[in-house]
Write a protein that binds this ligand. Structure first.
Ligand code: NAP
Length: 248
């Protein structure tokens, strides 16, 4: 049986690159997205062109009912699940703390943190040997912002990713003897559409001077680290946070 991996937020950016890297490595894929059905369908078509199975599922990862329905479809149509990439994540417009409102924070925690815990919970219920599963691997998307704090940009986003680092460590130790490895990647500035969501579409290109390697990273470079963490090549690695930051 081919490994079966769910990538959340896979309609573009790092999630889409990850899906394609995994398909090339022989995984079947679940392509989750929230809004852009056409983009998700196009990613799935590229997976099928590589000879792998792809299931496209719309679900806002912050919506428990939608996440439960997504996992029920995976069980019914492709299962059993062997991997999860908690990639779906959002930023908000660049702001200082004294300009932010509670609604912004609630959405940020709901997608970046609750969404990751929720998808991980459902994956654990299927993959952990404690629940009769055959084991598996989870990779969470953190951010270099967790180390840097993102002052005057989005410290709320940075805080949500700091929580992801802690969640990764705790869940890794909780599951270490149950066949499920849990790791995170901490990308630096990667050239995707997420910067437009923060009101700064040229951020990746304009940030070269902040990065020791002198350039932003690509989604493919982050996907390569995720692929390794999902593979048997990292069989003794759990609770790790891998920086993919060009040295930042
Ligand atoms: P992106 O280009 O903005 O893509 C985000 C993806 O997540 C899209 O496929 C989007 O789908 C999906 N999504 C958004 N909200 C969702 C929700 N509530 N439920 C399900 N899917 C949702 O982002 P990216 O740059 O690839 O970032 C991916 C991850 O890496 C995020 O966790 C981000 O925080 C992290 N990261 C990125 C960078 C960077 O510089 N790019 C740096 C550090 C960490 P729709 O379009 O269909 O809504």
């Amino acid at each position: 049986m081919a490994p079966l991996t769910l990538v959340t937020g896979a309609s573009r950016g790092i999630g889409a690159a990850c899906v394609l890297a995994l398909a090339r490595a022989g995984h079947d894929l679940v392509v989750n997205y929230s809004r852009d059905a056409a983009a998700a369908a196009s990613v799935a078509e590229q997976v099928r062109a590589l000879g792998r199975r792809a299931l496209v599922v719309q679900a806002d990862v912050a919506d428990e009912a939608a996440v439960l329905a997504m996992f029920a479809r995976i069980d019914a149509e492709l299962g059993p699940l062997t991997g999860l990439v908690n990639n779906a994540g959002i930023v908000a417009m660049k702001a200082r703390l004294d300009e932010m409102d509670v609604a912004r924070w609630q959405r940020m925690w709901a997608v970046n943190l609750t969404g990751s815990l929720l998808c991980a919970r459902e994956a654990v219920r299927r993959m952990s040997t404690r629940h009769g599963g055959n084991g598996g691997a989870i990779v969470n998307l953190s951010s270099a912002a967790a180390k840097l704090g993102a002052p005057a940009n989005y410290i709320d986003y940075a805080a949500s990713k700091g929580a992801i680092d802690t969640f990764t460590l705790g869940l890794a130790r909780e599951l270490a003897a149950e066949g499920v490895r849990v790791n995170a990647v901490r990308p630096g500035i990667i050239d995707t559409d997420i910067h437009a969501s923060g009101g700064d579409p040229d951020r990746a290109r304009q940030s070269a001077g902040l990065i020791p390697m002198g350039r932003a990273g690509s989604a493919d470079e982050v996907a390569a680290a995720i692929l390794w963490l999902l593979s048997d090549a990292s069989s003794y690695t759990t609770g790790s946070v891998v920086d993919v930051t060009g040295g930042r």
